[in-house]
Design a binder for this molecule. Structure first.
Ligand code: C2O
Length: 481
C-alpha cells in the first residue's frame, strides 16, 4: 500500500487503517492486509479476564501513563475526557458512530502507552454481569474512581439491562428507534432511541459521580461501558444484519475531535466508523447465541463492507400529534398523565395478525435537570400507576433515563434542554389488545412515573413534557422499489 498512501496520510486520513485496509482489500492487492483483518484484535468480556490478565494489566498501565502525561499532551487522561465533555453527541443519531471512533483511538493510545501491541479494549457486559466488575475496584487501582455512587455490590436494575429488554432493543429493525433521532448538528438534541435511553443513559446515572456528567471518561469504567454499547450495535448491524440509515447527512458527517496514538488530530466520517468493526477489531460475543468470531473470507468481508456502506432508508411517520395545552410537569411521587387521541384504524393495524408496523410514541420537549437522579417509567392506560406498580403489569411500556450535563453544554441550569424519547408502544398495545380492551379506544393515556435511582432521592426534581406524538413506523425498506 506504500504507493497509495504515504506514512503521514496513513496516520492522518479519515479512518486511518480502516479505510486504507478496506481499499487494499477491495482491490485484492494486499495479502498482509487480509491477514491483518483476519487477525484483528478481539475485544473481550472483562468478566472472562483474570485480575492479572495481560489485557487488564495493559489497561491499568495505559491509564496510569495517560494520567502522568503533561496537560500539553492531548493524550493526557483529563484531555481525553475533555474531548467528550466538549464534543460528545447525545440524543441524536451521531451518538453511536462518534463514540465508536472515540473508543477506537483511545484503544490505540492504550496499546501504545500500555506497551502491548495485542491490547484490545475489554467490555463490561452489564446484562450478564449487572454490577461494576471487580477489576474497577480497590484503592490505588488506576481503574478505580472514588466519585462513584454505586458500590461493588449494587446491582443494575434489570429494567435497564436485563435480557428481555436487551432482546427487544436488539430485535428492533428501525435504525431511528434502535439508535437515536435525526440531527444536522453534532450536539443538536433530537430523540433518544432505545439503546441510548435505556441501557446507556441509565448505566451512566446508576454508576454516578463522574459517570453522571459529560466528564464521565474520567472513570475508566466509562470506556468498558461504551464498548458494550458498541458491541450491541455490531450485533444489531453485522450479526443480525439490520441496516443503518443511508441518509447522506448522517453517512457523510465528519467528526474532527479525536487524536491518535501519535497525538495527531484525526477526522473520521460516519461511513468510515461503519467499517471499523469489520477491519480493525472484533468482539467476543456479547449476546447469548451469537457466533464466536470466525475468520471471514475476503469475499465475505467485502460483502459486509458493501452492506454497511449501502444502508437503507429509515422512516418514522407521525400520524397523530398532540400538544398538551399546558406543559405537563411530573416529579418523584407525582406521576403525570398525557392523553393522546388515536384513530382506531391505526390501532387496529398494529393488532392485525402478522403486522410488523410499530406504533411509536414520541415524548418531546422534555426538560430535565442536569445529572437527574431519577429515571422515568411509562405506562399505557394505567391511571393509578405509581412507583410501586410492578413491572410485570401489562400496562408497563418501558424505562428510560436522561444523560444531560448543562455545564458541559454551556447552558444555564434554568435553560430548557428539550430532549425527546421514542417509546415503542406496540408490544404493550398487543398485550393489552389481546384482552380486547383497547382496539375501540379513541384515546390512549400515557402515565409517566419518575423513579429515583438506587441510593438517590431525587428530592424536588421535576421533569416537564411539552409534546406527545404518535407515529407509525413501517419496517425499514417497506414500500421501497
Ligand atoms: Cu457520550 Cu455514554 O457518553
Amino acid at each position: 500500500m506504500g504507493h497509495l498512501f504515504s506514512r503521514r496520510d496513513f496516520l492522518l486520513q479519515a479512518g486511518g487503517a480502516a479505510s486504507t485496509l478496506g481499499l487494499a482489500l477491495l482491490t485484492g492487492s494486499c495479502e498482509s492486509c487480509v491477514q491483518q483483518i483476519a487477525h484483528r484484535p478481539i475485544r473481550r468480556n472483562i468478566a472472562h479476564l483474570a485480575a492479572n490478565d495481560p489485557i487488564v494489566e495493559t489497561y491499568k498501565a495505559a491509564v496510569s501513563a495517560m494520567k502522568a502525561l503533561p496537560m500539553s499532551d492531548p493524550r493526557n487522561w483529563t484531555n481525553q475526557a475533555s474531548i467528550h465533555n466538549n464534543h460528545c453527541p447525545h440524543g441524536n443519531w451521531f451518538f453511536l458512530p462518534w463514540h465508536r471512533a472515540y473508543l477506537l483511538y483511545f484503544e490505540r493510545i492504550c496499546r501504545k502507552l500500555g506497551g502491548n501491541k495485542d491490547f484490545a479494549l475489554p467490555y463490561w457486559n452489564w446484562t450478564q454481569q449487572p454490577s461494576i466488575p471487580s477489576h474497577f475496584w480497590g484503592a490505588g487501582n488506576p481503574l478505580y474512581d472514588s466519585t462513584r455512587v454505586a458500590t461493588a455490590s449494587d446491582v443494575v436494575p434489570s429494567e435497564f439491562v436485563g435480557q428481555p429488554v436487551m432482546d427487544s432493543i436488539l430485535s428492533e429493525p428501525n435504525f431511528l428507534l434502535f439508535a437515536s433521532g435525526e440531527s444536522t448538528t453534532q450536539r443538536g438534541f433530537s430523540t433518544y432511541g432505545e439503546l441510548e435511553a435505556t441501557p446507556h443513559n441509565n448505566i451512566h446515572n446508576f454508576v454516578g459521580g463522574h459517570m453522571a456528567t459529560f466528564m464521565s471518561p474520567l472513570d475508566p469504567v466509562f470506556w468498558c461501558h461504551h464498548n458494550m454499547i458498541d458491541c450491541c450495535w455490531v450485533d444489531w448491524n453485522l450479526v443480525r444484519h439490520n441496516n443503518n440509515t443511508n441518509d447522506s447527512t448522517w453517512m457523510n458527517f465528519a467528526f474532527s475531535d479525536f487524536v491518535d496514538e501519535a497525538a495527531s488530530p484525526v477526522s473520521v466520517k460516519v461511513v468510515t466508523t461503519l467499517l471499523m468493526p469489520i477491519l480493525s477489531y472484533q468482539y467476543e460475543p456479547c449476546e447469548p447465541g451469537e457466533p464466536a468470531p470466525a475468520g471471514l473470507s475476503p469475499a465475505q468481508t467485502q460483502a459486509l463492507q458493501q452492506f454497511v456502506k449501502r444502508g437503507a432508508p429509515a422512516q418514522l411517520k407521525f400520524t397523530q400529534r398532540f400538544a398538551p395545552p399546558r406543559a405537563l410537569t411530573g416529579s418523584v411521587g407525582k406521576p403525570v398523565t398525557g392523553s393522546i387521541k388515536v384513530e382506531p384504524e391505526a390501532l387496529r393495524a398494529v393488532f392485525e395478525s402478522g403486522s410488523k408496523a410499530q406504533l411509536v410514541l414520541r415524548l418531546g420537549g422534555i426538560d430535565v435537570p442536569s445529572k437527574p437522579e431519577f429515571f422515568v417509567r411509562a405506562f399505557v392506560n394505567k391511571p393509578d400507576a405509581t412507583i410501586q406498580t410492578p413491572l410485570e403489569d401489562p400496562h408497563y411500556a418501558g424505562s428510560f433515563g436522561f444523560f444531560i450535563d448543562k455545564t458541559a453544554m454551556r447552558m444555564p441550569e434554568s435553560e430548557s434542554s428539550p430532549i425527546g424519547v421514542l417509546v415503542n408502544l406496540s408490544p404493550t398495545l398487543r398485550r393489552l389488545g389481546a384482552g380486547g380492551a383497547i382496539s375501540k379506544q379513541q384515546a390512549l393515556d400515557i402515565q409517566l412515573v419518575a423513579v429515583p435511582y438506587p441510593r438517590r432521592e431525587a428530592k424536588g426534581e421535576q421533569f416537564t413534557l411539552r409534546q406527545l406524538e404518535l407515529g407509525m413506523m413501517p419496517l425499514p425498506g417497506a414500500g421501497q422499489p
